[in-house]
Design a protein around this ligand. Structure first.
Ligand code: ADP
Ligand code: ZN
Length: 761
């Protein structure tokens, strides 16, 4: 709960009340005097520290309203703050209160809903309110690094001026404005010359008006706005969402079942009723088709927020939403904080995607925030996926969410056939290559017919590890507790955790042996092998190494969709919602990789990955094929995935989870303690552990597991990592656990809590 506090500066304690007046801005002081009415603002200073996480009262003028960002005196210096409420009087003596210096903007950056939501988030995730409030603002607004851009619009002033017959440009400019009542100053200068322009301006013939202009990052993006006529299944889905009395609907539809069209219809309906919408997608920069589709359909009323935008562009997209010029916010998880009001529908596409969990404080779950916003706005929340998370699906089958199932692809296009290949047999047959005989055969047939193929591998680089055959030495990163990966193009070793590069080893640093061996296969190596197998094939690679820079993904995907390549080799990135009509073959090179990850969700993730990658095949006229290579061909997860049997997978998975008491039947909580100073980190760990131990001892029946240990990766970027791992049968104690961690930490040590973490490394 929020505490009331007050800050007294030096000057006030000494009774020099007026001292800061001199530094306050003139405008506000003037307003005070003119109106004579002074009110009190409750301010949260924008400093993310629990010591100052309370409300401070300040005096202000009437033009300060709740939600505004203000500059205030704080301690000996100044700080920015958020006004959370404005009131008539304070519980503190009025004469002791300091005054707000000024408003940072002339409008409230935060609307009432955001203020309320931020308080709920701060309480739920035990973070300072300032941190929660920041979620709702574009970072560049707080750092003040971007400004607004203006255009100068020019009209004829109507004043009679005389133009000499020789000044032909001036005459032409006047004539132009007679035909075009309003024009951009820069345009006029460029066309009629700066001299003519300023001559006319001097004579008073022109009125120049400055008007704010929004930067448009999507100039030229967008094609035809082709709204399809909904199929019966799609129309039924739309009707169900609108008709149900439940807030949340889960749209479970196979890949290619036309979910996007359903979302867009729901959004368009709400816009027509004067409401707004939020549309979340995991990685919009990965799906340029989606971008142009949205742009074509909704034009400038869509604000698309993603990491590829410049600071200025992001800021302007935010402003357009705040002002209601744009009414649909589209983006990754942070777009859930978009400043839209009167929301009519919230859509979360690919709801199972790991990117919806925040990885920095507050570690919120996007779904929880979406639900809060849906409840506040009394609107519908739609979750869509071909492979819903087990937790979401359970809530749907139990009746908490409405469930809509789309079993068929649009136009009854068949799902691609999945063939499982036993890689152990390949090895026995004397084929050590990463390609089975079947995959090679299918690849050459695919290339011969002029179609495209996608090969999926969950590992980038050339090879996984570099091992000395003589002594068993494994090359490891100096700053992280992980082995290095060989990259042949640069002939170096890279750490995939911190990005450090090392020179390739000429000999083993331990024993001096020269028998250095590469183990495992990465995307880079696959490309090399493919080139040997199919010398004339054009091959593209897509992974973290090839997609750096703002346009990295975009360029590769564009090349592939324009058929400048025949085969696309890549990591998970190739699995995401792409729609390449010419792809008829998908090869999954090692389905086992994610299967044997030590994590309760590895089965779920493998099912999702296989289904999503397979879904890239055969999306147009020709039927698609999938070759799934594995060393574990009897595995039930792979069997269900090959049959597109989600219900079968779910039934099996949920019974395993129930029997072993894993989520959604329990909650995994990990408290991480990380720091560069090992001694301090250990000290903090001890302190945290003791606090948690007390909670554990008092509530032993609510815990299934409780232990402190090294994190599986003991250090990353020279930061030591410890954890207290818990599994809760009853989440009632979560609040107490948060309370322990909220207080803990050190100068060089960070403590944070993760709920059901996606990654336990
Ligand atoms: P999903 O999101 O379920 O994977 P998409 O929304 O990408 O499926 O739709 C798959 C394909 O079907 C797209 O090419 C889309 O343009 C097309 N499509 C969607 N709805 C219709 C419709 N009602 N009529 C014809 N084609 C459609
Ligand atoms: Zn490293």
């Amino acid at each position: 709960m929020l505490l009331y506090g007050q800050c007294f500066g030096e000057s006030e304690r000494k009774g020099r009340l007026c001292s800061f007046r001199r530094t306050g801005t003139v405008s506000l002081e003037a307003v005070f005097i003119k109106k004579g009415k002074i009110v009190v603002a409750e301010v949260i200073v924008d400093i993310a520290h629990s010591d100052v996480d309370k409300i401070f009262d300040y005096l202000c003028g009437e033009e300060i309203t709740a939600g505004m960002r203000v500059a205030v005196p704080f301690g000996r210096s100044a700080a920015t703050g958020f006004v959370v409420r404005v009131k008539e009087t304070s519980g503190f003596p009025m004469e002791k209160l300091k005054r707000v210096y000024r408003a940072e903007e002339d409008f409230p950056a935060l609307n009432p809903e955001c203020l309320l939501l931020a308080q709920k988030i701060a309480a739920r995730y035990r973070c300072p309110l300032a941190l929660a409030l920041r979620l709702f603002l574009p970072a560049e607004m707080r750092t003040g690094k971007v400004g607004e851009v203006y255009t100068s619009l020019v009209r004829l002033s109507g004043r009679e001026v005389c133009i000499s017959p020789r000044a032909r440009q001036q005459a032409a400019l006047v004539e132009f404005l007679e035909n075009n009542p309003e024009a951009d100053a820069a345009f006029l200068r460029a066309h009629f010359g700066a001299a003519a322009f300023s001559a006319l301006e001097k004579k008073g013939a022109l009125t120049v008006e400055k008007r704010r202009r929004f930067r448009d990052p999507y100039k030229g993006v967008g094609g035809e706005a082709s709204a399809h006529i909904l199929t019966d299944a799609q129309q039924n889905a739309v009707n169900t969402v609108n008709g149900t009395d439940k807030t949340v609907t889960l749209l479970h539809g196979v890949t290619g079942s036309g979910k996007t069209e359903i979302y867009l219809t729901l959004i368009a309906e709400q816009l027509q009723q004067g409401r707004t919408a939020i549309f979340l997608v995991p990685e919009i920069s990965l799906t340029p088709q989606m971008l142009s589709q949205l742009r074509a359909r909704f034009g400038a009323s869509a604000a698309i927020l993603h990491s590829g935008l410049s600071a200025g562009e992001r800021f302007d997209e935010w402003r357009r939403l705040r002002e209601g010029v744009a009414r649909i916010a589209i983006g990754a998880r942070s777009a859930i904080f978009a400043p839209v009001e009167n929301i009519g529908v919230i859509v979360v596409d690919e709801e199972h995607d790991g990117s919806y969990a925040s990885e920095s404080s507050p570690r919120y779950n996007t779904f929880d925030i979406a639900l809060l916003r849906a409840q506040y706005n009394q609107c519908k929340l739609v979750l869509g996926s071909a492979t819903p998370s087990v937790e979401t699906y359970r809530r749907a089958v139990q009746g908490e969410f409405e469930l809509v199932t789309l079993k068929n692809r649009i136009n009854a296009r068949p799902m691609p056939d999945v063939q499982i290949v036993d890689m152990r047999r390949e090895v026995r047959r004397g084929n050590p290559s990463p390609f089975s005989a079947l995959l090679r055969e299918k690849l050459s047939a695919c290339l011969a017919s002029g179609n495209q193929a996608i090969l999926f591998l969950n590992r980038r680089g050339y090879s996984q590890t570099v091992i000395c055959r003589d002594c068993g030495y494994v090359a490891k990163c100096e700053s992280c507790d992980v082995s290095l990966t060989y990259h042949s193009e640069e002939n170096c070793l890279k750490c995939h955790y911190c990005g450090a590069r090392y020179r390739m080893l000429p000999a083993c640093p331990e024993c001096g042996g020269k028998h250095i061996r590469y183990v495992g296969t990465g995307t880079q190596r696959i490309v090399g092998d493919l080139k040997e197998l199919f010398p004339s094939a054009r091959i593209l690679r897509m992974d973290n190494d090839t997609t750096s820079g703002k346009e990295g993904h975009f360029k590769i995907l564009k090349q592939f969709s324009e058929r400048q390549a025949d085969i696309l080799v890549g990591t998970q990135m190739v699995a995401k919602g792409h729609d390449f009509p010419a792809v008829t073959l998908v090869g999954i090179l090692d389905a086992d990789m994610s299967l044997h990850f030590p994590d309760y969700r590895s089965g779920e993730r493998t099912f999702q990955l296989v289904t999503q990658v397979a879904g890239r095949s055969g999306r147009a006229e020709e039927k698609g094929e999938v070759v799934l290579q594995t060393y574990d061909p009897e595995n039930y997860i792979l069997r269900f995935a090959a049959r597109y049997d989600y219900e079968g997978f779910y039934g099996h998975e949920i019974s395993v989870r129930a029997a072993t008491m894993f989520p959604p039947f329990a909650k995994i909580v990990r408290v991480m303690v990380t720091g560069t100073d090992e001694k301090e980190a250990l000290g903090v760990l001890k302190e945290v552990y003791e606090g948690l131990k007390a909670v554990y001892t008092a509530n032993e029946d609510k815990f299934l597991f409780f232990n402190k240990m090294h994190a599986p990766i003991k250090y990353i970027k020279n930061s030591y990592r410890y954890q207290v791992l818990m599994r809760l049968a009853d989440t009632g104690v979560l609040k107490e656990i948060y309370a322990v961690t909220a207080e803990a930490g050190g100068k060089n040590t960070l403590v944070y809590l993760e709920e059901n973490p996606a990654n336990l490394s």
